[in-house]
Design a protein around this ligand. Structure first.
Ligand SMILES: NC(=O)c1ccc[n+]([C@@H]2O[C@H](COP(=O)([O-])OP(=O)(O)OC[C@H]3O[C@@H](n4cnc5c(N)ncnc54)[C@H](O)[C@@H]3O)[C@@H](O)[C@H]2O)c1
Length: 323
């Protein structure tokens, strides 16, 4: 049992972070959130707002970070500029938030004697290396500043474990989806875009022929992986894939969305985007071994939960159901 341990979740007002906060609260943790609300939203925390201490601050602000880590047992570091195009357009700011602030947080955690840091890494580090499934020991091939930032973040975590005995775990999330994911913007993730367009009766936009594949992992499974990562001694100093371990083409995803909404979808095909990875899915054996974690929610069920929660007022309870 977690008792009344204290956790800091950076980026806790965001899509994944807010589900994690719900999962931690449900497990009995006392939770502090540090977020600048640049892409996160207050409403994401509606269900737990009275049980969570929210600090509005920039994760680059070292004083605010030092105050936020004071007295916490575990840090979940999710705050980031999680956008590939933004990392290309604003490389210095993205580096400051994604890399420099990660180092600042590790240093503050070391000084404060934090017992575990769990870092949100990304499958972007694999780039378009052809080997499948993606295993953690493949050589990284970052294709964007964002991917490089996440790789640097992982390495800083590993270094802090080796040099300072700060226990860290880096979780490489694949394509996370679920309730509260933002469908807006040109580079929004494919699932919230498809769901919104199909629900509005619009054609879904597929870049290229739709044969490209992804590994879609439900946010509740990602929450469970984080909750295991904070407990498991065997995960310390590791980088672990967090994914479904299944390969789904974007075309099949569109068909499934149409089936679930009972409407069918009419895809329109647009030019393939430069740098788009052709095939991607993960080997999740290391996470099973080190975390005792396996994904539980398949794509159909995860989409059903996402659809069911859409339009409901305030936050949903998906993190807790799945957690
Ligand atoms: N969504 C995915 O599929 C996916 C895949 C791999 C990795 N990740 C990683 O998971 C984490 C969470 O991503 P998400 O999808 O929930 O995105 P999100 O944009 O919803 O969450 C990011 C959160 O960080 C906050 N933030 C950004 N800059 C900040 C700053 N300077 N100071 C304080 N807070 C700041 C935002 O306001 C937001 O609440 C990120 O680190 C992202 O890189 C996500």
């Amino acid at each position: 049992m977690s008792g009344s341990r204290r956790a800091l979740v950076t980026g806790g007002a965001g899509f994944i972070g807010s589900h994690l906060v719900e999962g931690l609260v449900a497990d009995g943790w006392r939770v502090r959130v540090l977020d600048d609300f640049s892409s996160g939203r207050e409403e994401n925390l509606a269900d737990v707002r009275d049980r969570v201490d929210v600090v509005q601050a920039d994760v680059c602000d070292l004083e605010a970070v030092a105050a936020a880590v004071a007295g916490v047992d575990a840090v979940f570091h999710l705050a980031a500029i999680p956008s590939v195009p933004q990392s290309i357009d604003q490389p210095l700011r993205a580096d400051a938030v994604n890399v420099h602030a990660t180092l600042g947080l590790l240093e503050a955690s070391r000084r404060a004697g934090v017992a575990r840091v769990v870092f949100a890494a990304s499958c972007a580090v694999y780039g378009d290396a052809p080997q499948l499934p993606k295993r953690e020991d493949l050589p990284p091939a970052p294709l964007s500043p964002y991917a490089l930032h996440k790789l640097a973040g992982e390495h800083y975590c590993l270094l802090y474990t080796r040099l300072h005995a700060l226990p860290t775990v880096a979780l490489r999330y694949f394509n996370v989806y679920g309730p509260r994911q933002n469908p807006d913007g040109d580079y929004a993730a494919v699932i919230p875009r498809f769901l919104r367009d199909a629900q509005e009766g619009k054609p879904v936009r597929i870049f290229g022929d739709g044969a490209q594949t992804r590994d879609f992992v439900y946010v509740g499974d990602v929450v469970r992986a984080n909750l295991s990562a904070v407990e498991s001694e065997r995960a310390v100093g590791r980088v672990l894939n967090v994914a479904s371990g299944r390969e789904t083409s974007v075309r099949d995803l569109a068909t499934l969305v149409g089936e679930l909404l009972g409407s069918g979808v009419a895809p329109v095909h647009e030019a393939q985007r430069p740098g788009d990875v052709l095939r991607s899915f993960a080997d999740v054996a290391a996470a099973a071994d080190r975390l005792g974690w396996t994904p539980q929610i398949d794509l159909r069920e995860g989409l059903e939960r996402t659809v069911a929660s859409a339009g409901s007022s305030g936050a949903d309870r998906e993190g807790r159901i799945a957690g």
